[in-house]
Ligand binder design. Structure first.
Ligand code: SF4
Ligand code: SF4
Length: 381
């Protein structure tokens, strides 16, 4: 297995293009240009895209904001074969060629089999997706090959055993999921170490859930701030990024950034991440239970669930509304509900087909949550 991709990455911060600034339904290209330029200026070079991020404009955005404005050798670009767009072997190559075209490149530095789980892995195997990707690598159209993963550790172990050619695994890794029985960040990390495969971290902030904390959760981080050594960044984001970076096999930590100050702040934290103290690790180890007590639904806002929803329900926004009600009991949930049911379907119209649940990397009970949203807010329908 070649590990040379690690030598090509500059710094340990990657730019996840899933949450770039939007202007209505399209990307705010000017604002995204500024972020891209600042990220490169700060000395980093790794970009991660997928065709359905940014309301299906992600690959266009990377072409316009990065590829057409910067030399090809100044950045590394990772794209993915997403599970939603093919059902047969014959569809894969045309999808790949379209992706190259959409991104405006001749090759991808990294190409991942997206969101692998036991179910999706079976489909990728049936369609020989891994073999096709490995052939593309032989042709030079993919420089490095890997997977992104959302399932239990034994499934990951099986995939890495079946395909020792895998050079990288993108895993969900943050202090909330570290010992979570569904996400299994710790166990998945250990499987990668056993197989000698480096990791790229996604969701270090758990879709933003670790940025704005409330009650006991924020008090726990405040207690860490109070005893932090001078020079150690003590904002909520830095704690989360440093946690991910504290594990040496996590070679790159992706962050979805939509403001230039975020790029600068993340760059400061990740340029030379300060190792976590034992006390910091112990306090962060209590956060999972605190969040459980607060009852917050752990949606990351990845939007995988929405790709096949026949009722076009804006599921993450509806979950956000439920969270506002459950955790904060404030009026934001009502506003969320009213605004977002004007743009998409209503939870009341959910037919319980569970297409969303089969795609949700967090294994959330979405049908139940849609019923809960209707219970709280149905009076506004
Ligand atoms: S179960 Fe409901 S929310 Fe989920 S995909 Fe089907 S209609 Fe949409
Ligand atoms: S419900 Fe699941 S799939 Fe949908 S946005 Fe939230 S975490 Fe992602």
């Amino acid at each position: 297995m070649t590990r040379s991709w690690i030598d090509e990455v500059k710094g340990r911060l990657g730019f996840g293009f899933a949450r770039i600034p939007m202007d209505g339904d399209d990307v705010d290209y000017e604002a995204t240009n500024v972020l891209v330029d600042e990220f490169l200026r700060q000395g980093f070079n790794y970009f991660d895209v997928a065709c359905f991020y940014a309301n299906n404009h992600d690959e266009d955005a990377i072409r316009k904001c990065l590829v057409e404005r910067h030399p090809r050798d100044s950045f590394m670009l990772c794209d993915k074969l997403s599970m939603f767009y093919f059902d047969s072997e014959e569809q894969i190559l045309p999808i790949f060629e379209n992706q190259l075209k959409a991104c405006g490149v001749d090759y991808f530095d990294m190409y991942l089999m997206h969101g692998q789980s036991a179910e999706f892995y079976a489909k990728y195997k049936r369609c020989h997706a891994y073999e096709i990707a490995l052939e593309l690598k032989r042709q030079g159209k993919i420089r490095h090959f890997g997977i992104s993963f959302h399932d239990k550790a034994p499934v990951l172990d099986r995939i890495l055993t079946d395909y020792p050619q895998i050079e990288v695994v993108q895993i969900q890794f943050n202090y909330l999921d570290y010992e979570d029985i569904n996400v299994q960040s710790k166990l998945c990390y250990e499987v990668c170490v056993e197989h000698g495969v480096p990791c790229i971290v996604m969701e270090p902030l758990r879709g933003g859930s670790l940025v704005q904390l409330t009650g006991e959760a924020q008090e726990a981080l405040d207690s860490l701030k109070a005893c932090a050594a001078s020079g150690v960044p003590t904002d909520n984001v830095s704690f989360a990024l440093r946690f991910a970076a504290n594990f040496p096999n996590n070679v790159v930590v992706l962050s979805g950034m939509n403001a230039v100050e975020q790029v600068r702040s993340n760059a400061r934290t990740m340029r030379d991440p300060v190792p976590m103290s034992q006390h910091e690790l112990e306090v962060l180890g209590t956060m999972h239970d605190i969040f459980q007590k607060q009852g917050k639904v752990q949606c990351t806002g990845c939007r995988y669930c929405m790709v096949k929803c026949p009722k076009h329900i804006l599921i993450p926004e509806m979950i956000e509304a439920v969270n506002s009600k459950r955790v904060f009991n404030n009026e934001n949930g009502e506003w969320y509900y009213i605004v977002y049911t004007m743009k998409g379907g209503k939870p009341l119209d959910c037919i319980g087909c569970r297409a969303c649940e089969r795609s949700c990397p967090q294994h959330l009970p979405i049908v139940k949550l849609m019923r809960e949203a209707t219970r709280y807010f149905g009076k506004f329908d």
